[in-house]
Design a protein around this ligand. Structure first.
Ligand code: GUN
Ligand code: ZN
Length: 430
C-alpha cells in the first residue's frame, strides 16, 4: 500500500452546464489517496495513514484521474503544426505521406513507443487512437500500450479508396486483418479493439458494410471514425453517397452508429443527426485545437448535449496543436465562447476524465478516484511561473482556481503520471 497526499479533485456525476458551484465536484484538499498493491485505489482519508504505509508528500499539488483523450493519431506527431491547408489538402499534403512510413514494423514500433510516452508526459493515461492502415501499426500500438500498462482503444485504419496506393487495403484483406487483430488484442490486458473507419470518403460502401458486420458480430467492439469536420468534406460525402440523408447517416446505415462509437468533430451536424447520436448512444469527440487550426468550424457542444448526445474531448493530434488536455480544454472554452456559450472548468475537466470514461463504458475502471478504480493518476503543480503563480494567487473560489489552472497550465505543470499504481513519469524524486 502507498499513500499520496495532495489536493484531490474528481467528479461524482456530470456537472450541469454553466454551473460553477456544481455539487458533482468532489474536492478533497490535502487528503491522502491510498493505492493498493493491486494498482487500484483503496481509499481516501483526511488522516495520515498508519506507519508502514509508504507516504508520498505532494501537499500543495493537484491530483486528478489521468486524462482520457478520445481521439488522437499515433503516426501524426511529426505532422503537427503544418502550415497552410484545410482538411482535405492537409491529408494529401502532409498526413498521408507521413503515415506511409508506418508500413515498416520498426518505424511503427518506435513511433508507437514515442507516441505513448508523449501521452504520459502530458498526463494522458487512456486514449482512443488511430494508427495507420497497416496491420503492423495496430500491433505496435497494442504492444507498446501493454508494455506501459495503459488503457488504449485502437484498431487498424480502414481505407480502400481515395488514398495513395501505399495506404490502401481492400475489403477481404482488411476483414482478415481486423479479425486476427481482434482475436489477439481485444480484451487482452487493458487493450480494446476499435473498428476504425478513417472517414466515409476513403471507404467504399462494401468496406463500410464489412465494418458494420464486425460491429454487429461483437457488440463489445468500439468503432471510431471522423464525421462532418469540414464543409468541403461534407459536400464530397454528399456526392459520394447521394442517397444518404446526411454524412452521419452514411455510418448509421452501415451499422456503425452504436453505444461504443466515437466520432470525431461533428461540427456540421443538424438536429436529426444529434437525435440519432442520442438514440444510438454514440459520442462525439470534440477536438477544439484541431478545429481551430484547420479552420474546420465551431462545434456546438451545448446543442449536442441538449439533444442528449455524449461529448468527450480530444486533441486530434496532428490536426490538433498539442497533446495537452489542458490546452485542449482551454481551446474548447474559446470555441464555445465564440458561440456565446460558457464552458465551466467543471464541465471541461469532467469531459476529460469521468465523462469520457462513462461515454466509453469504462467508468467502472477509469476516470474517477472512486475506491476500486485503477490508479491511473496525475499529480500537477498549480503553477510553475511568475504569471500563473500570480493569477492563481488571486483566485477567490474553487471554480476560479481550477478555471485559471485549466486555462494557463500544460505539460510543464505535470509532476508525475501513474498508471495502475505505478509511477511512469516523475519530474522530481518526490
Ligand atoms: N479525416 C480523415 N482523416 C483525418 C485525420 O487524420 N485527421 C483529421 N483531423 N480529420 C481526418
Ligand atoms: Zn482525427
Amino acid at each position: 500500500m502507498k499513500a499520496i497526499q495532495a489536493d484531490l479533485l474528481d467528479f461524482t456525476a456530470e456537472p450541469d452546464w454553466g454551473d460553477t458551484q456544481s455539487p458533482a465536484v468532489r474536492w478533497r484538499p490535502a487528503h491522502w489517496l491510498l493505492v493498493g498493491d493491486d494498482g487500484r485505489i483503496a481509499g481516501v482519508q483526511a488522516e495520515a495513514p498508519d506507519a508502514g504505509v509508504q507516504r508520498l508528500d505532494h501537499r500543495g499539488r493537484l491530483l486528478m484521474p489521468g486524462f482520457i483523450d478520445t481521439h488522437v493519431h499515433s503516426p501524426q506527431i511529426g505532422v503537427m503544426a503544418s502550415y497552410g491547408t484545410e482538411l482535405l489538402d492537409w491529408l494529401n499534403t502532409y498526413t498521408f505521406p507521413a503515415e506511409t512510413a508506418w508500413a515498416d514494423p520498426a518505424v511503427a514500433a518506435a513511433g508507437s513507443a514515442h507516441f505513448l510516452d508523449a501521452l504520459l508526459a502530458h498526463g494522458t493515461t487512456s486514449a482512443v487512437v488511430f494508427p495507420t492502415v497497416h496491420k503492423t501499426s495496430a500491433e505496435a500500438l497494442f504492444a507498446a500500450a501493454s508494455a506501459r500498462g495503459m488503457r488504449i482503444i485502437g484498431g487498424k485504419v480502414l481505407m480502400d479508396r481515395h488514398a495513395p496506393a501505399a495506404l490502401m487495403d481492400n475489403v477481404a484483406q482488411a476483414e482478415r486483418d481486423c479479425i486476427d487483430l481482434i482475436q489477439r488484442w481485444h480484451g487482452q490486458g487493458r487493450n480494446s479493439y476499435a473498428v476504425t473507419v478513417r472517414f466515409a470518403p476513403t471507404s467504399t460502401a462494401a468496406q463500410l458494410a464489412m465494418a458494420g458486420e464486425l460491429c454487429r458480430a461483437d457488440p463489445t467492439l468500439y468503432m471510431q471514425t471522423h464525421v462532418a469536420e469540414n464543409r468541403d468534406e461534407v459536400r464530397w460525402v454528399s456526392q459520394l453517397f447521394p442517397s444518404a440523408r446526411s454524412y452521419l447517416d452514411v455510418y448509421a446505415s452501415a451499422g456503425l452508429l452504436h453505444p461504443r462509437s466515437v466520432l470525431a468533430h461533428g461540427i456540421w451536424l443538424d438536429a436529426d443527426d444529434r437525435a440519432a447520436l442520442h438514440h444510438s448512444g454514440a459520442q462525439i469527440a470534440f477536438c477544439p485545437s484541431s478545429n481551430l487550426f484547420l479552420g474546420s468550424g465551431l462545434f456546438d457542444w451545448r446543442a449536442t448535449a441538449a439533444a442528449g448526445a455524449k461529448v468527450s474531448i480530444a486533441s486530434d493530434v496532428g490536426g490538433g496543436t498539442s497533446l495537452s488536455m489542458q490546452r485542449t480544454l482551454a481551446d474548447g472554452y474559446k470555441v464555445q465562447a465564440m458561440a456565446g456559450q460558457r464552458l465551466t472548468a467543471w464541465s471541461a475537466l469532467h469531459a476529460a476524465t469521468r465523462g469520457a470514461a462513462n461515454a466509453l463504458h469504462l467508468g467502472h475502471e477509469i476516470g474517477s478516484l472512486d475506491v476500486g478504480r485503477v490508479a491511473d493518476l496525475c499529480i500537477w503543480d498549480w503553477s510553475v511561473g511568475a504569471v500563473d503563480t500570480r493569477r492563481l494567487s488571486m483566485a477567490r473560489d474553487l471554480h476560479e482556481q481550477l478555471f485559471a489552472w485549466m486555462t494557463l497550465s500544460d505539460e510543464r505543470h505535470l509532476v508525475g503520471t501513474w498508471v495502475a499504481g505505478h509511477n511512469k513519469t516523475m519530474r522530481s524524486a518526490a
